[in-house]
Design a protein around this ligand. Sequence first.
Ligand code: ADP
Length: 324
Amino acid sequence: MRRRVFSGARPTGNQHLGNYLGAIQNYVKLQDEYQAIYCIVDIHALISLEDTGLLQGNIHNMTLDWLAAGLDPEKSILFVQSHVPEVMELHTLLSMVTPLSWLLRVPTFKEKVKVQPQNVNYGLVGYPVLMTADIVLYKAELVPVGEDQLPHLELAREIVRRFNNIFGDTFPEPQAKLTSLPLVLGLDGKEKMSKQLGNDIELALSEEETVARIMTAVTDPARRYRNDPGHPEICNIFRLHKYFNPSGTDDLANQCRSAKIGCVDCKQLLAGEINSTLRPFRQRRAELADNPKYVTEVLADGAERARRIARETLGEVKQNMGLL
Ligand code: ADP
């Protein structure tokens, strides 16, 4: 059996640079080496998505983003979480071995309680258990994710260890796989780039929209006037330059420190670098968008393939737990 890799993302909208640099790049790389399984986790999205009427459109757009970024349905299984209902069964079974205290101390749970105090639902606290079920249903060994997901993954490993201790070796302990840029900051330069925080740059923007978005970015807060010397080491725009144009950054840092270049020009340069990097992606995405039937077929085929693996694992789990 080929070793498996699994990852998921919520269909909360189009994918952004944080998703791409923190996770999708690894999804693409790993599909050559592993049996890769990537899931659009629509049930997770219900935890905070107020307008569920957006879900189907978001799923479609995310699939376009993934395909355009290089995910190949011949190599990877791409599917929607709720199309493989076995995951909900496994979630219930795993919930029986997960102490509530473990879930209550998860940092993202505490944050969400603050963000949506009017809707602290059971799904919110159970999120990491469902995420564990997502991963272990496929016995995945590797999980490409951004740094923000590490606490969840650690918890998944604890749940697996506990399950294996009680019911015998059933699941491998999943390991996180980070990219070289595991935490991309948003345009505010403070928080992680995130759709919900409105500080993101969507991959599918037009070139003009990309320039306009980059122009809103916060740079070095100590640099108030054009002639002030800059501090590239604390500037988020510089951090992105390092990724998109690594060979030009020494020169750019010197120009910034000596105030030879201003933040507006520096942002223009970055927008140009991002646009040229994303040009092939955007072209492929536009072509794929012309054929919505193809996206539906990819997801239907993916669900069928995922379900075959899921049924097998669930049978083994039930046997080990004494249910069969
Ligand atoms: P989820 O809400 O299910 O985590 P997201 O859409 O937030 O889905 O993220 C999908 C993937 O992209 C996850 O692996 C996440 O860690 C990664 N990711 C999201 N935002 C960033 C970011 N700003 N920097 C690095 N990785 C990120």
